[in-house]
Design a protein around this ligand. Structure first.
Ligand SMILES: Nc1ncnc2c1ncn2[C@@H]1O[C@H](COP(=O)(O)OP(=O)(O)OP(=O)(O)O)[C@@H](O)[C@H]1O
Ligand SMILES: [Mg+2]
Length: 269
């Protein structure tokens, strides 16, 4: 039996520079009878940023949701194939999904702070996962996460104010602080800047670049410029398949597949 490591992802798949954190093989996803992903195999490099690009409806969000099993929550959605994180099968029925979602955090397109204070938004995860034994420890986690998310200086005097009262860009950084408060290993970001202005976008991009030192990050984006700025690797999705993936530089300057070339040069999408 070949192991996942010995099976290559795509025929011409270039080697990763670092070990793979997430390995997907032959992943198919169906919503009822409709197939949204077809035989997707992909290696996601550890401690690096990978962009998912491709036209609307091609399956980027669907694949992202496979990685923390968010698709489990969608009625009629069925996933086949295999996905491993650090060689552990995340679809193993014995796996604790709540624990998986703490290891694999998610940031959505629309900032979605809880209707709670800034402090409580960040404290929520550590609290339910029992990560702090004392109030002081909890405060340390909350402040540290807000600092890592580049938000602390802007909110330190109003931690008890509602998170929903922040600007859009601040709310998105609050959601990033909330995601990193539980010390995830992987952070999934689904178009995290699409509701933000250029200044807030630049801040989030800067943050993503800092976070990759410690986290494996996957970002879905419709902005080719953003993919080029923030990611080391890029995967191009089209009609439910991964057409090609590799170093972001090579995907944008020297794509191997005609469909990738057409997409990045704006011929469709
Ligand atoms: N909850 C759902 N129920 C039924 N079909 C769905 C559901 N979510 C996605 N789909 C379908 O699966 C396919 C892939 O959708 P997905 O949202 O993954 O695309 P996407 O690449 O993220 O698109 P976009 O760039 O517009 O966000 C589409 O045909 C979509 O209609
Ligand atoms: Mg999407």
């Amino acid at each position: 039996m070949p192991t996942l490591e010995t099976m290559t992802a795509g025929a011409a798949e270039p080697q990763l520079e670092r070990p793979a954190k997430v390995i997907a093989r032959n992943v198919n996803v169906y919503y009822g009878d409709k197939q949204a992903l077809k035989d997707v195999s992909l290696d996601i490099e550890a401690r690096s940023v990978t962009s998912f690009i491709g036209p609307s409806g091609c399956g980027k969000s669907t694949f992202l949701r496979c990685i923390n099993r968010m698709n489990d929550t969608i009625a009629g959605c069925r996933v086949t194939g295999r996905i491993e994180i650090d060689s552990q099968d995340i679809y193993d029925p014995a796996l604790d999904v709540v624990h998986l979602r703490a290891r694999v955090g998610m940031v959505f397109q629309k900032p979605n702070p809880f209707p709670k204070s800034i402090f409580e938004n960040v404290a929520y995860g550590p609290r339910i996962h029992g990560l702090a034994r004392t109030k002081a420890e909890l405060e340390e986690i909350v402040i540290g996460s807000l600092q890592k998310a580049g938000l602390f200086e802007e909110v330190k005097d109003r931690l008890d104010d509602p998170g929903t009262g922040l600007s859009g860009g601040q709310q998105q950084r609050l959601c990033i602080a909330r995601a990193i408060a539980v010390s995830p290993e992987v952070i999934l970001m689904d178009e995290p800047c699409s509701a933000l202005d250029p200044i807030a976008t630049a801040k989030v991009e800067e943050l993503i670049d800092e976070l990759r030192e410690n986290y494996t990050i996957i970002i879905v984006t419709h902005s080719m410029q953003q993919a080029a700025r923030v990611s080391q690797r890029t995967a191009f999705f089209h009609l439910g398949v991964v057409v090609e993936d590799g170093l972001t530089d090579s995907i944008f300057t020297n794509p191997k597949d005609r469909r990738t070339l057409d997409y990045i040069t704006g011929r469709f999408g």
